[in-house]
Design a binder for this molecule. Structure first.
Ligand code: SAH
Ligand code: SF4
Length: 384
């Protein structure tokens, strides 16, 4: 038998893929559901513990398959119940995953790529460039690790993953099939059983892939808008040059057609003096005309060498009031700590680069969490 690396990692197979896998082995399709339960619900990685399988089947699985989750490089709890993991993939690439508990829910922020090719000017992941796509196993593996660790940690609070946001590193729609397949696993009753409104994909606006997504998936959608005109958005979110606002908004108008109660969350990072004036608020209202929209204002999280600054609280309040007066549901998540904050991906970059590790990591962890708490606000709306 060849090495472990040639075996199939069952962690990354959704129900359809598992049915194919078992059928090819001469087994019945229902083995797929059993395998999902063992792997994702019970968190078993050893085929010998899969007692609903015959000894012979377990042996054949051992010979041909593996269940390998990402490796935890470190885990960092904070006093408010937040957990952060730095996870390493088989090839040494690292991604971050963050868990934020809040009242009735626990949100996991999951990465879809190592780095990102889209180079938004206010995003530290973008500044790192693109390394590679994550596989389905590596995406769902983040949920697998978090679910296992949270159930082990237990304690006074019931910590569970009730929501997932694809808002970690990377542009999920540029890694389409693995992301859809991982989100299917998140929603699969035999795996994590999350409701469709509790899984959110966030995109910077890859319009053709949005059309594809609406055809194959029911998840909640967030669009990273950040600017109300092409002129400004071309600078902040350069993929706008390829898919300008007219195209993006036309897609958003039709995205949830036939589902009158569903809305798209528009993320709008508040950059001091750049996109945060009353004029921009009015332009934004225009831009969202006719779109089933809610708005999530995100105070910018600065990172080293960035040219941007976070808007003042007063500017954010004013901006929000203008949107609300026009009937747009708008929320703002305030972040803690005002010095520097992290954008997604900063953690990984810093951990790879720095020598004074633990000190840096502590600081960066707080920043990463601040950013995610800011983003998490949109879920509150999704759940209403
Ligand atoms: N690539 C996808 C998803 C990952 S980024 C997207 O762009 O939507 C998730 C969210 O974090 C996006 O809305 C992104 O614009 C926002 N973000 C990135 N850097 C940020 C920063 N420094 N401060 C605040 N939000 C940031
Ligand atoms: Fe990529 Fe999203 Fe960052 Fe833009 S904001 S560079 S799309 S991760």
């Amino acid at each position: 038998m060849s090495g472990e690396e040639n075996k199939c990692n069952l962690l990354g197979l959704d129900e359809t893929a598992l049915i194919e896998y078992f059928t090819a082995m001469g087994e019945k399709p229902f083995r797929a559901r059993q395998a999902l339960k063992w792997i994702h619900f019970f968190g078993v990685t050893d085929f010998d513990q899969m007692t609903t399988f015959s000894k012979d089947l377990r042996q054949r699985l051992r010979d041909n398959a593996t269940i390998i989750p990402p490796k935890i490089i470190f885990e960092k709890p904070s006093s408010d119940g937040t957990y952060k993991w730095l996870l390493e993939m088989a090839d040494g690439n690292r991604v971050e995953t963050v868990y934020i508990p809040e009242r009735q829910r626990g949100t996991l922020c999951v990465s879809s790529q190592v780095g990102c090719a889209l180079n938004c000017s206010f995003c530290s992941t973008g500044k790192q460039g693109f390394s590679r796509n994550l596989t389905t196993a590596e995406i769902i593996g983040q949920v697998w690790v978090a679910a296992r660790r949270l159930s082990k940690i237990g304690g006074e609070h019931d910590r569970q993953v009730t929501n997932v946001v694809m808002m970690g590193m990377g542009e999920p729609l540029l890694n389409f099939d693995p992301v859809v397949s991982a989100m299917d696993l998140m929603m699969d009753d035999n795996a994590y059983g999350l409701a469709k409104r509790r899984v959110t994909l966030s995109t910077s606006g890859v319009v053709p892939a949005m059309e594809q997504l609406r055809q194959v998936s029911d998840v909640a959608l967030a669009v990273s808008l950040h600017a109300p005109t092409d002129e400004l958005r071309d600078i902040l979110v350069p993929i706008n040059k390829k898919y300008p606002l007219a195209e993006l908004m036309a897609m958003c108008k039709k995205y949830f057609q036939g589902q009158p109660r569903r809305k798209i969350t528009f993320e709008y990072v508040m950059l001091d003096g750049v996109n945060d004036t009353p004029k921009h608020a009015k332009q934004l209202i225009n831009c969202l005309q006719g779109v089933p929209a809610k708005v999530n204002l995100i105070p910018f999280n600065p990172f080293p060498k960035t040219i941007y600054q976070r808007s003042s609280d007063a500017a954010i309040d004013k901006f929000q009031k203008i949107l609300m007066a026009a009937g747009l549901t708008t929320i703002t998540r305030r972040t803690r700590g005002d010095d520097i904050d992290a954008a997604c991906g900063q953690l990984v970059g810093e951990v790879n680069d720095r020598t004074r590790r633990s000190e840096r990591i502590d600081k960066i962890m707080v920043q990463v969490v601040n950013k995610h708490q800011a983003l998490d606000g949109q879920l509150e709306q999704n759940n209403h």
